[in-house]
Structures are given as C-alpha cells and as structure tokens.
Design a protein. Structure first.
Lengths: 753, 159
C-alpha cells in the first residue's frame, strides 16, 4: 500500500500561510438558474509555507461561491468541514460583510468536496482565518461592486454616487433604492472588478464581522435533526463493524467468518487484507448486517487468529526504560547549538537538571469514527465526518484502484475533530466494505475501536539542563529530546523545532534529539507538538525562575527582553514562525493584570497561581490558572484567565470566546486524566472509565481577554491550549511546592495527608 | 419480538430482539437520529432520553425493559414547557461547538429543571456530570441552564 500522495499536504496547517493576490486573480460572474447572480471566484492565492520542509510552496486556489436569488436571499457556500470550530458560520460572515448583505437574508450551504471549484478543503492548524480572511473579503466586495454597477446603470448615474446598506443599493442624491434580489440578474452582466483595487470596508464600517453571531446549524442541533455522519441514511443501507488486530498493523491468519454469516441479521462476513501503512486500509474482519446492533452482537462471537507482528514487543514501560537510558547519553542528532553550553554550565552560579515526560493521548471525538459508502458502476459515493476529505478521496481511489474523480465525498457535520479526522482510515474501510458487500454500507466504530485504533499524540521524554548566573539570569539551556522515529524520520507530530522557545533568547543553547523505534501510530492532536512542548519548557522555565528567586512573570519578561521579532529559520525540521517578543509581552502583562497575579501571595494554603505563555498557530497566548490541591492530592482548577493576541479583528466574538474556553478546558482535562498505555503492542484503555475528558463538575470558569493588535487576524481553534497545561502545573507547584514533571498529574504524588 | 413503546406521545411498534438497546431502536428502527451514540456503556450521556420523566442513558436500556413508560427524546422535548425553554436558552447563549453531545446535555438539563426549578451550581454539577462535552462548552451549558431557569447569568460570557 502506498502512502497517499497528499499526505504532506495534510500537514499543510503546519506551514506558514502568507497570502498575496496574484495578477491572475479573476472573478467570473454568471446568471444563476432562476435568474440570480452567481459569483464564482477563482482566486489563485500564493500560500507560502515557510521553513517547514514539509510543504512545498504551491498555489492554493480558493473558490468562494455566492448566489443571490430574486427575493434577495443570499446563499453562501461553506467550503470547509465544520468540526465545531465555527467556520461554517465564520467564513460566510466575512463574505456577507463585504457584500453588505443583511445577515438575516443569508443562507449557508455546506459544499461537497470539489477541489477544482473550491480549492483545498480541510479543517486543521487553525488556518481558516489566516488563509481566508483577505480573499473572502474581496469575494464579497466584488459582489457588492457589481450590484452597485448594476444599479448605477439602471438609474443612469455614476456608481460613485451610490452606496449600499444591508442588501440594498442606494442613490442618496435622488433617494432611489433597489434590493439585491431585484439587481442580481443585471449584476451578473456587469464587468468583474479588479480584486486587487477593490475598496474594502474599514473595521468601523463592519456590521457582521465583530458581532457575536450564533452557529448557523444550532437551531437544527437543539431540535435533534440529523446532521452528523452517524445520522446518514441511504435507501437499502446495511450496517458494518470492522475488527482490526489489537496490535497495530497485525495480520489476519484465519477467522470464523462462516459461523458469523449464519448469525441472525448478518448478510456478509469476510476477511479484509490490508496493507502496512497504518494510515490506510489494514487487515481485519468485516461483518455486514441488517442493523448495527446485529453486526455488533455477531462481533462478540468473532474468533480471529492474528499474526501480531513486531509491534507486539512494544510497551509504554519499555519506552520509558529505553528513554531513560538514551537520556543519559548524548543526543543522536543535533537540532540547534548556540554559544557554548559546556563553558556556560562550568561558570554558572546555579545549574538545574530535570527529566520531563508525557504520555500518548487519544483524540476521542465524541462521535465515533464512521462513514457511509455506496459503490456502484465503478464509482463510490461517500458521506463522512472528515477534516480532510481530499486526502480521504485520494486514499479511497488509490486503495480501490479507481480514479479520484470517481470518488464523491459529501461532508457531513463532524462530531469533534481534534486532528483525528485528518486521517481517513475509517473512510477507506467503509469504501472497501461497501464495494465487497455490493450495497450501501454505514461503517460505525465503537468507542473501544476509536480509543484503541487512534493516531495518538506521541509520548515524549525530555532531559533538560539550565544554568543561571549570579543575578538569576538564564545563561544556558539544553534539551535532549527522546522521541520516536526510524532513521532520520521522526514519527508523525513527534518533532521539535530548532526554534522552540526560548531558543534565540538564551546565549548558550543546545537542543538535540534521539529516536526510539515505534510501531504505534501517531498523529496531530489539537495544537500538535505545542500541546506537549509547552508543558515541558514552560514548566522548566518556572523551575528556573523559582531557583533564581524571581517572580516567574518577571523572569519570563526578562527572558523576552526588548521588543523584537525573532525570525523563523528556514530549513528547520519542524515548522516555525517569526516570533514577536512584544506581542508575547503584551499578553503576559494583560493576563497578569486580569488575574491579580501581583496579589497571589494572599491565596490560602493549598491554593496557588501558575503562569505560562505559548506561541503557536500564529497566536500569542498567556494564561494563569488558579489551582487548589486537596490533602488527598486531588487537583482542582479553580479559575483560568487567558489573554490572547490573534491580531486586529475577532471575527465572531461569541465563537472566539467559546473556542478559547474549550481549548483551555480540553488541556486541563488532558493534564488531569488522559493517557494511553501501550502494553504488548496494543492500547490498554478502551473507554471513558479509564480515559477522562473533563466533566462539568471539574470545569473552572475561564475568563478570556483579547489584545487587539495591528496584525492580520489568525486562528483560534488551537493556540489557547498549550499554555494552560504548564500554567496548571505551575499553579500546583505554587500550591504545594511539588513540581509536576510527568503527565498526567498523579494525585498520589501530591498527597499531603 | 414485537414491542410497542410510547415515544414522544405516539405508540410505536417495532419487531426487534429484546436485548436491543433503546438507543438503536430509536436511531435505526424509528429513524429518530437525535439521540447520539458516544460510548455504548452509559459513561458519556450523548444518548440521554427521558423514560417516565427520568433522564436515562438509552444505550444501556434494553427495549424489553421499557414497557409502558413514556419515552421522550430530543425530537419531542420542545413539546414540554421546560424543554422549549432549555432549547431557547441553548440558542440564546450560543452553547454549541461541534454539537454532538448537546441533545444529551439538553435532555439532562430539562430533567434537572423539571425537578429543580432553581438549581444551584452544585445541582447543575450533579445532574450534568454524566454528560461529556468533548469541546468543553461547560461554561455555556451552565449559563444556559441558569438562563432557562430565569437565574442570573453573569458568567454567561456572550451577552
């Protein structure tokens, strides 16, 4: 089985999106069926993926799609998957704003996967805002200009004398006005304006952007309407379960499929022979039945003999042992060397050493993996909750030996993504099983399937050393990062950037890496890499601050130093971006003010404040957690304060706050109760009795503040997550004097009575 | 085996195995897709419905044990005054992120407010702790419950 060709582009979120309009930018208009205006924009946008080494510079073609009906109803296509990040509402808001439509007249339709029409359609990397903000504004503004031109021509006046207001073109000198619906047919005949020279609104003119707009699907959700992948129903549909080897990549030797076929309601039972790419179709046994319940019951009787393969020798305990051994030696490869750490350690007033580690964790979106597929006449139609339908279609096409053009993907609403559904293993399984069954099939995984066949946030081990001079200044820092990979290839999402904070801010610095072989699949989980590295570095910096006898905030600000931009380094192994110390200082000072950081000594015994910051996904976040540790060792987060800088405009303040609060609570949940243990090559944990997403009784209030700065707006799904983990751990230290160096937090280690 | 159950005020007859969970009868036999499958063992609350007025996890209730008790699902909750208020509050507070858990959240909240018209934060914790929201919209779930109850929602955030 080949790795699908677009696997690197699935990492596109990791690249640095920078956009400029090329001269080839064109906008086509045509009369829509029913006589309305159809705006079909082809905007070749140059997206430069800087310095990642993973993404080639490539033209990304964006397509926006606006339809105006004669009755004035404006239909806007939502091009990307909606996974709960709010893009189905937010991106159309941007178009509607510059179109100067009345939001109450706007209807939104979810687009299917049609790369030729819409360009790249995916949900990942908090990229929807930075990639689409400027292009979609221009799409809307072009539509507005054409509506104005149509009205001006009808009235025989100059377009410059006309204005618009919420779906109406006005001619103030004569008091005339015409609605967009009445103008749409004529507008479609107007010359398409030059997108580059269009006048965009100033923020003061915004009527939709910047307003809290509720999610467009919400009325359907509260009424229980079918929206999600799991809700898809196709006439004649059968239901499937698929059992894979509990050891990752294991092969089927034999299975009692004949006995299974005889069970009530079962139509088909067969062995699927897969490949060796853990992202693709793997070996397993499919049971297809008249109901999912019948298939599930039959599965209980399934007897499979497996060839477990070499991964059966792997375990979390073994990884920790091997990492400890490697950590004592020198890194196998260097990531970055500045100055002379050896000399700095020899001259330092104080040297600290610490070993940090974190576990594999699962994504556990609440909607288990599922996909409905219908194969007929050499083509397959797919309905899937996916974050990356394009790579899914490519995987299906290559695995089933068909042209990608014969794969149709309908994007359903997605019951949680978190990065899990950037992989489309469940999609190729459904397509394969549907083809074999000769009927439309809905494949649905159980929670156990989901938890034990994930692409986990990789575990990692860091052996750190830091040195302070006589005045408590950080003069040297080293990290020997023991991670996973083979040869020179680091496992998916298990990398570290040479620019990892505080690189560039410490004169003597040494980052190196050693790799442990791994048969367990890993992948991006919300704020990949950052969600683990923030814990390590922001916790160790807190240790150094305390060792220096400094206020951690002051230590942090001193480390940032004067305001400047640290450039990202090209050729780096992991993606990184220019880092603006002034923007980080801004959010640190803001969160300190809002949280009452200066008065933290007044807190009762057993309660403490912790502070941390992190830059990821182009967003600057500083966070303070107040935590209380009970005598039993139980940790409770009492409150979280967050200051974020994602640029000049919060597009939808309601969703923005929701995303930031959710990200922070997600991080707290992971720190308190999530780990996947690998034993004999399989995941031990299977359900929510051993892996614990945060629950309402554990969820503290989260106060969110945005610092508005003069930078183009960036995304919010991820960057609020990384700093909350070290902020919580630093708060535990403030409360107890005990340092958390291993996740998840173990209350037994914090017990005081 | 044939069973007749009362769902959202209407008698529905189904012919299924007695051990088929109510969730799958609702979703795949009666085509009521609002109640969701999340864990299959009553740990996440996505499948919450009312059975005789009590919030229960329909993934863990065999059809054979439903009997004559009234089943109310998210599709029928608007017909109750409390349910309609809860749905309105959910929209007003703009609770949703992915939305997958919210049918279960709304059903648990409606059961809570039917019994306890003015819940404390402790009451909310107790009634809602069985419902996981993987997106962690808990601040807004709490705010929406208070709003539906006519309580102050100072920390509702949005408004």
């Amino acid at each position: 089985m080949t790795m699908f060709a677009r696997s690197t582009s699935a990492r596109a979120p990791a690249g640095t999106p920078r956009m400029t309009f090329s001269r080839r930018t064109i906008l086509k208009a045509s009369a829509a069926a029913g006589g309305g205006l159809l705006l079909h924009a082809t905007l070749p946008v140059v997206a430069r993926a800087a310095a990642s080494g993973l993404v080639s510079p490539a033209d990304v073609t964006l397509n926006a799609f606006v339809r105006i009906a004669p009755d004035g109803i404006v239909t806007i296509m939502a091009k990307n998957p909606e996974i709960g990040q709010g893009v189905k509402t937010m991106l159309p808001m941007v178009i509607a704003e510059e179109l100067d439509a009345d939001w109450k007249d706007v209807r939104i339709e979810q687009a299917d996967l049609e790369a030729a029409k819409y360009g790249r359609q995916f949900a990942g990397g908090s990229t929807a805002t930075p990639l689409n903000w400027d292009p979609l504004r221009r799409v809307g503004a072009a539509g507005r200009a054409m509506l104005v031109a149509a009205a001006a021509e009808a009235w025989g006046v100059a377009p410059a004398e006309c204005s618009t207001a919420s779906g109406v073109v006005l001619h103030p000198p004569s008091g005339r006005k015409l609605g967009y619906g009445a103008l749409a047919g004529k507008a479609a005949m107007m010359r398409v304006p030059d997108l580059k020279t269009l006048r965009l609104k100033t923020p003061k003119e915004f009527k939709i952007v910047g307003r809290p707009i509720p999610g467009v699907d919400s009325p359907l959700i509260v009424a229980g309407k079918p929206l999600f992948g799991i809700d898809v129903a196709v006439p004649g549909m059968l239901y499937a379960v698929f059992e894979k080897c509990p050891v990752f990549g294991g092969k089927v030797v034999s299975a009692n499929t004949d006995a299974i076929k005889a069970l009530p309601g079962v139509r088909h039972a067969f062995v699927v022979k897969g490949g060796s790419d853990l992202r693709g179709l793997l070996d397993g046994v499919a049971i297809v039945a008249e109901s999912w319940w019948a298939a599930s019951k039959a599965r209980e009787k399934l007897k499979i003999s497996w060839d477990e393969g070499p991964t059966a020798a792997e375990s979390s305990a073994g990884f920790a042992r091997d990492a400890a051994r490697l950590g004592k030696g020198s890194p196998a490869q260097s990531l970055r060397r500045d100055g002379d750490v050896t000399a700095a350690y020899a001259q330092a007033a104080r040297v600290l050493e610490a070993a940090y580690s974190y576990p594999f964790i699962p994504h556990i979106p609440l909607e288990p993996q599922n996909c409905t597929a219908h194969f007929r006449e050499g083509k397959v139609e797919i309905w899937a909750p996916t974050q990356d339908p394009g790579s899914g279609a490519a995987l299906v096409a290559s695995t089933l030996g068909m042209a990608q053009g014969d794969v149709t993907v309908h994007m359903t609403r997605v019951g949680g993504g978190f990065g899990r559904r950037l992989r489309n293993d469940y999609m190729v399984e459904a397509a394969w099983i549907a083809k074999a069954a000769g009927a439309p099939v809905k494949l649905l995984w159980t929670r156990q399937d989901d938890m034990q066949h994930d692409f986990y946030r990789p575990a990692g081990f860091h052996f750190l050393k830091g040195a302070l001079d006589g005045r408590g200044k950080l003069v040297a820092l080293s990290d020997h990062f023991v991670t996973f990979g083979h040869g020179d290839t680091v496992a998916d999402s298990a990398t570290m950037s040479p620019g990892e904070f505080p690189a560039g801010l410490v004169d003597n610095l040494d980052y190196g890496m050693s790799l442990l072989p791994l048969g367990v699949p890993t992948g991006p989980l919300r704020a990949p890499r950052s969600n683990a590295l923030a814990f390590v570095f922001q916790s160790f910096l807190d240790e150094l601050a305390h060792a220096a006898g400094k206020d951690p905030l002051e230590f942090h600000l001193a480390l940032l130093g004067e305001g400047r931009v640290l450039p990202s380094s090209p050729g780096a192994r992991a993606p990184q971006r220019d880092f603006d110390t002034e923007r980080m200082r801004g959010v640190l000072e803001l969160v300190a003010e809002k949280s009452g950081w200066a008065k933290r000594q007044a807190l009762p015994k057993g309660t403490g404040l912790g502070i941390a910051s992190y830059f990821s996904h182009l967003g600057y976040f500083a966070e303070v957690v107040q935590a209380t540790v009970a005598p039993s060792g139980a940790v409770k987060a009492d409150k979280v304060w967050i200051a974020g800088d994602v640029g000049s405009q919060i597009i939808n303040p309601s969703n923005a706050e929701n995303q930031v609060q959710g990200a922070a609570l997600d991080g707290i949940g992971a720190a308190l109760g999530q780990a996947i243990t690998i034993d004999r090559g399989r995941a031990v944990e299977a359900n929510f009795d051993t892996v614990f997403p945060l629950r309402i009784n554990q969820a503290p209030p989260v106060e969110v503040h945005f610092r508005i700065t003069d930078h183009s707006p960036t995304g919010l799904g991820e960057p609020a997550l990384p700093p909350v983990v070290p902020a919580l751990c630093n708060a535990v230290f403030a409360a107890t004097g005990k340092r958390i160096r291993k996740l998840p937090i173990d209350p037994a280690e914090l017990k005081s009575a | 085996m044939p069973y007749t159950i009362l769902v959202n005020g209407t008698k529905r007859s189904v012919d299924v195995d007695g051990d088929m969970p109510l969730l799958w009868v609702l979703r795949d036999v009666l085509e009521l897709k609002g109640s969701k499958f999340g864990c299959g063992v009553g740990l996440c609350g996505a499948c919450t419905v009312h059975l005789g007025g009590e919030a229960v996890r329909s993934c863990s209730i065999p059809i054979s044990s439903v009997g004559a008790a009234a089943v109310t699902t998210i599709e029928g909750i608007a017909a109750t005054p409390v349910g309609a208020k809860v749905q309105a509050a959910w929209l007003d507070v703009d609770v949703m992120q992915c939305g997958y858990c919210q049918a279960g959240q709304i059903m648990s909240a409606a059961a809570l407010l039917t019994k306890t018209a003015r819940p404390t934060d402790g009451d909310i914790d107790q009634a809602m702790a069985g419902n996981i929201c993987r997106c962690c919209t808990y601040s807004r779930i709490r705010a929406a419950i208070k709003k539906a109850a006519g309580l102050r929602t100072a920390d509702a955030g949005v408004r």
